[in-house]
Ligand binder design. Sequence first.
Ligand code: FAD
Length: 408
Amino acid sequence: MTSRDHADAVDAESFDAVIVGGGAAGLSLVCHLAHAGWRGRLAIVDDGDHPHAHRSWAWWGRGAGLLDAHATARFHHLEAAGPTWRRHAPLAPHTYLSITGFALAEAAQAALAELDGGVRVAGRALGIAQEDDAGVVTVDMPRGGVTRLRAPWVFDSVGPGATRVDPRSAPHLDFLGLHVESDRDVFDGDAVTLMDFRTGQRDGVAFVYVLPSSPRTALVERTVFVHPGARGRVRGGHEAELATYLRDTLALPDARVTGREEGLIPLVAHASARPGGGIVPIGARAGMVRASTGYAFARIQRHSEGIARRLVAERDPRRAAAPERWPRLLDAALLRVIRADPDAVREAFAAMLTAHPPARTLRFLDGEASLADHVRIFASLPLLRFARAQVSDLRPTASRRRRPTVDR
Ligand SMILES: Cc1cc2nc3c(=O)[nH]c(=O)nc-3n(C[C@H](O)[C@H](O)[C@H](O)COP(=O)(O)OP(=O)(O)OC[C@H]3O[C@@H](n4cnc5c(N)ncnc54)[C@H](O)[C@@H]3O)c2cc1C
């Protein structure tokens, strides 16, 4: 059976697995299932609220990842800068990669066609319940009616019906990206600027990211680590800061803005949902976003690969998430420092980006560092200030006691 759209179906159907959410995690899992040789009946439900045309994900890899071959942009050099330092270095053995939503969706569509039964369900999941030995996903179909999809395994990147904590009440990355175009060749198409701290720091620990798409075009994005309880925090001024960066740092006062993207990425050092019965969280919901960086794509690939391998071997896919206690502890510590001593965070990033080969720093940020890597990286960090920040964060504050919730 080949893949098919399913928009009109309203009857209950049984599958071997259902994926809820066709974003980074859902689409990646489809690719990994097909690649691993899993041949069950699969449904993937997505509400279409995040069109592929507006999405892309970046990560660093060493060429061995399943989706590395589908990347739509590749960079072999890293740039980073601060007020008093600058680094330009080769990324080898890593490559910085980026994939558009279209390219990922295309790869997933081809993978879906390889399965014995692959179905894309265009609808909004209303809820997921465990009934006897199956997970049941209730889906609101766009042309009316509700359908129920049953499967022994439901991989959930959405959490339909769950009450959510307002992401602004917890640490998050707040960003605005401008797609800019110049009349001159100004961008190095082989170098990604991962972090440039030469931007105003009044609204938090802020840096600019530059991802060229040609010598004349690039995404120039300003990101701030926001800790709602931070001392003296003021509202972000991305627009003004980006205008200054384009004019003064890139010497592009006349750059045309051809598009923009903004958003926020919640930073939590733990998964927002634990596996229960046959319902397995994936993606951001499974805690795949690294709080120290906001990146999740590479981790999502490792998790998807593990799930696929386990399903093929008829083993429990709930155990596919690698235990990452050490990176989680580090992330939790960093979040505390962001609040208590932002200067120490800037110093720590500067040390990581200047005092080490990029490969070591990237392994560290990816949670793949060896013991020796950890020792060397820690030796370069302002550990005393980190320790002081941990202690000062133990004092309760009003903002940490308040936890507003929003429904979605
Ligand atoms: C703007 C932005 C840019 C990011 N860029 C990067 C990056 O470059 N690199 C990186 O490593 N990480 C990045 N991240 C962090 C992380 O990788 C992404 O958040 C990633 O998309 C998480 O994958 P996911 O599958 O959990 O969620 P999503 O990719 O958001 O997928 C969820 C999908 O479920 C759908 N959906 C939602 N509710 C329902 C419902 N009730 N029923 C059916 N479908 C539903 C949504 O429309 C969406 O398609 C970024 C995050 C954001 C917010």
